[in-house]
Design a protein around this ligand. Sequence first.
Ligand SMILES: [Zn+2]
Length: 133
Amino acid sequence: MNTKKLGCINEAQLKHLKRELVTLLQQLQADLDAERLDQQEEKNQLSCTEVLDRAEASAVVGLQQTGLSHMTQLEEEIRECQNALSRVEAGQYGYCQSCAEEIELNRLMANPTAILCVACQSKEELRRKGGSL
Ligand SMILES: [Zn+2]
């Protein structure tokens, strides 16, 4: 029987999660680089094509906007990853930023960048959705 308290992270688990975070960060940065290149190519194409009819032009703008929001999302995820890694360094990783309780290990394994425990996360989601509480 495993008598260890649930949610308590040991050194091996922390190492594993740190590796996950580093891999995730590298992946996100590669995605962001690829996205930036795409955007640049689109811009180049746009400036090469001097005469665009209106429908075509707005299609291109639409594409760029989707690309931009994807980039913003990637940047956000990269920040979350970097935050998590700096908490690992500071020895604060795995604790809820709202109530300071330990975040469940299962939750961290599924989502290494989690900063809130399940209870605080659902409160946060309710607050965002409800608004009028
Ligand atoms: Zn909490």
